[in-house]
Write a protein that binds this ligand. Structure first.
Ligand code: HSE
Length: 422
């Protein structure tokens, strides 16, 4: 495509993002793009666009040689996969916002782009409005990248913010996130950290050339946090955030995971509230760069889709340089994490899972442990993934080797530490 190419767009989905994109394109003549056809699922709905634009037939776009761009903005990841695959096979430049579909089919999607020599852009699939993919792909087109850490899911950040600042209950905060259009149609994808790990998997290919099944990456969400954890965080001068991170280790491999983490109140990520996302990218020369912006919602997502469309016009495509032109990175399963864990009861704390216990305390109802766990113990989820157990990382949680022994502290917890659920 060149700057003079007109984008004749076939759009799948006319929800908040799709309609927002349609309206914006009508008022952005400089983009030289027009939505010519829109495939929808429910023709009975009244829509704010000419009726002739709509069809329920995917073939009206995919078999139409006059359309050179496909934009896929539907919720159903399986249907999205078939649309994107067919569009790429037919040589159409394609834009998608479906992070689940992209993360789950990355190897094949990379191959389709290569075989059919066609661009596939998805900036909106990670952190919505924040151009983090293009930054990792272009600005950090070198081996200076130490790592990145960030809040990449707006819904869980919204819930954590409402609980911490307004004392709202978990279900009420989730309902608000759903009503505002931030949450996935299946909100367990947000709450359980799956949306965040899908985004992490997408970022890893651009940051380090790593293609990984997202399910194989250590992840959990905010589903098992206890309200007492928020009290402990406050007392320690922390806020709890769900953080996705990746860090290059001394041995050249990459530690990557999604976990709740204590963030010091003076840290750049601490004030990132509600549906906003924030990502810190650390490199040798630039040191820390901080990206902040809306991470969920129709308009924020449409903004990134629009940017992808505009990038298509100057021939932009992801080159996956770190995968194809450099030695691709490799995930490590050999590092330690400093964690805070709370368990129901006193007698059943699984001490043998810890490489070191640094602090232990109990109220009689619950026990908490600060300790160091090898990542392989956490990849086995059978002992810690349950509703009674919470796990929160300490700041700078990654340890490549076990620190020297320090005395274990045993305390009785303050009275308010009861087993209160969000
Ligand atoms: N459900 C997602 C989130 C939407 O809350 O971040 C944006 O990807």
């Amino acid at each position: 495509m060149s700057k003079t190419t007109q984008l004749h767009i076939g759009l799948f989905g006319f929800g908040t993002v799709g309609e927002g994109l349609y309206q914006v394109l009508r008022h952005t003549p400089t983009l030289k793009g027009e939505i010519k056809k829109v495939v929808i699922k429910h023709p009975e709905k009244t829509r704010n666009a000419p009726a002739g634009l709509f069809t329920t037939e995917a073939a009206a776009i995919l078999d139409n040689d006059d359309l050179n761009v496909v934009v896929e903005l539907i919720d159903d990841a399986d249907a999205a996969y078939h649309i994107v695959k067919t569009a790429l096979q037919r040589g159409k430049a394609t834009v998608s916002a479906n992070k689940k579909m992209i993360a789950e089919h990355l190897p094949e999607l990379l191959e389709l782009q290569r075989i059919h020599n066609v661009p596939f852009l998805y900036e909106s699939a990670a952190c919505a409005s924040i151009p983090v993919i293009r930054n990792l792909e272009e600005y950090y087109d070198n081996d200076l990248l130490h790592g990145f850490q960030g809040i990449v899911n707006g819904s869980t950040n919204y819930i954590l913010t409402k609980i911490a600042t307004e004392g709202m209950s978990f279900p009420d905060a989730l309902q608000q996130a759903q009503e505002a259009g931030f949450a996935e149609s299946d909100p367990s994808l947000d709450v359980n950290g799956i949306d965040a790990v899908n985004k992490l998997a997408i970022l890893l290919v651009h940051a380090y050339g790593i293609v990984s099944n997202p399910q194989a990456i250590l992840h959990t969400g905010i589903q098992h946090l206890q309200s007492a954890d928020a009290i402990v965080a406050r007392e320690k001068g922390y806020v709890i955030k769900l953080i996705a991170q990746a860090r290059k280790l001394e041995n050249g491999k990459v530690a990557a995971f999604v976990m709740p983490q204590f963030v010091p109140t003076g840290h750049l990520l601490a004030p990132v509230s509600n549906e906003y996302n924030g990502v810190i990218i650390e490199s040798s020369l630039a040191e820390n760069q901080f990206f902040y912006g809306k991470g969920a919602g129709g308009v924020a997502t449409a903004s990134a889709v629009l940017s992808d469309l505009s990038a298509l016009r100057y021939g932009y495509r992801y080159e996956y340089k770190k995968r194809y032109d450099q030695a691709p990175g490799e995930l490590s399963n050999d590092f330690y994490l400093r964690v805070y864990m709370s368990f129901e009861g006193v007698g059943d704390v699984p001490y043998s899972q810890f490489a070191k216990v640094e602090e232990w305390s109990s109220t009689g109802h619950r026990s908490t442990v600060t300790g160091i766990v090898h990542v392989s113990k956490l990849l086995d989820t059978s002992w810690w993934q349950n509703a009674q157990t919470s796990v929160i990382l300490y700041p700078d949680a990654i340890l490549e080797t076990l620190p020297a022994a320090r005395e274990t502290t045993i305390q009785t917890l303050p009275h308010h530490f009861a087993n209160l659920k969000f």
